[in-house]
Design a protein around this ligand. Structure first.
Ligand code: AMP
Length: 198
């Protein structure tokens, strides 16, 4: 069996948040979403939240140093000792280096990267649905366009790095939640990453 030290990557609206939580639950590892951490801090009005609110609303990236510190703190907690699923981090090449340094220091590199593939028109359509349902401040036209552009210019290149390591599983993200979930489960199982039987 291979440890589940996972990353899920996909454009905004690819369903990675929803699928990430389901996969993490199945494998009994924590789902660590930097976007969720930031949103929780914004809604609670913490100092961190006040620091990042304008950046997030504009669709820009929070500085790497700050984001990296949050992730390292989270991964150092006991529940992440056996594995974890990262959602939304790393998001650019600098963050990949930061994460590599941290995980290599523990002798625990990522074991699989799930790339959810969703056509641009489909992700825009899904973000519009989410905007109507959840009213996220960063789901406005300008911010969405910026986030998709950042995804293509800064985040997509990280996949090439992980492809070079042979750990990327491309998964078709179009279909029902259950269909896409099944595809991810199958891809991970082929790598020996499966739920432990209690
Ligand atoms: P998400 O929910 O992953 O789309 O994240 C929402 C917002 O949080 C992003 O648009 C960024 O402003 C910020 N954010 C989340 N993860 C990161 C990250 N790894 N690096 C920088 N900013 C991030």
């Amino acid at each position: 069996m291979t440890a589940a030290r996972l990353l899920i990557v996909g454009p905004q609206g690819s369903g990675k948040g929803t699928q990430g939580v389901r996969i993490a639950e199945l494998l009994s590892v924590p789902a660590v979403s930097t976007g969720d951490v930031f949103r929780a801090n914004v809604s609670q009005g913490t100092p961190l939240g006040q620091q990042v609110k304008a950046i997030i609303d504009a669709g820009d990236l929070v500085p790497d140093a700050l984001t990296g510190e949050i992730v390292r703190d989270r991964l150092a907690q006991a529940d992440a000792a056996e594995g974890f699923l990262l959602d939304g981090y790393p998001r650019n090449l600098g963050q990949v280096s930061d994460l590599d340094e941290f995980l290599d220091g523990r002798g625990e590199p990522l074991t699989a990267v799930i790339e959810l593939v969703v056509p641009r028109e489909e992700s825009i359509r899904r973000i519009a649905v989410r905007a109507a349902e959840q009213g996220r401040a960063d789901d406005n036209d300008e911010s969405i366009a910026k986030r998709l552009a950042i995804y293509e210019s800064e985040t997509a290149p990280i996949l090439e790095v992980f492809r070079g390591r042979g750990i990327v599983d491309q998964v078709d993200g179009v279909g029902s939640l259950d269909e896409v979930f099944g595809r991810i489960v199958d891809a991970l199982a082929a790598r020996g990453i499966t739920a432990t039987v209690a």
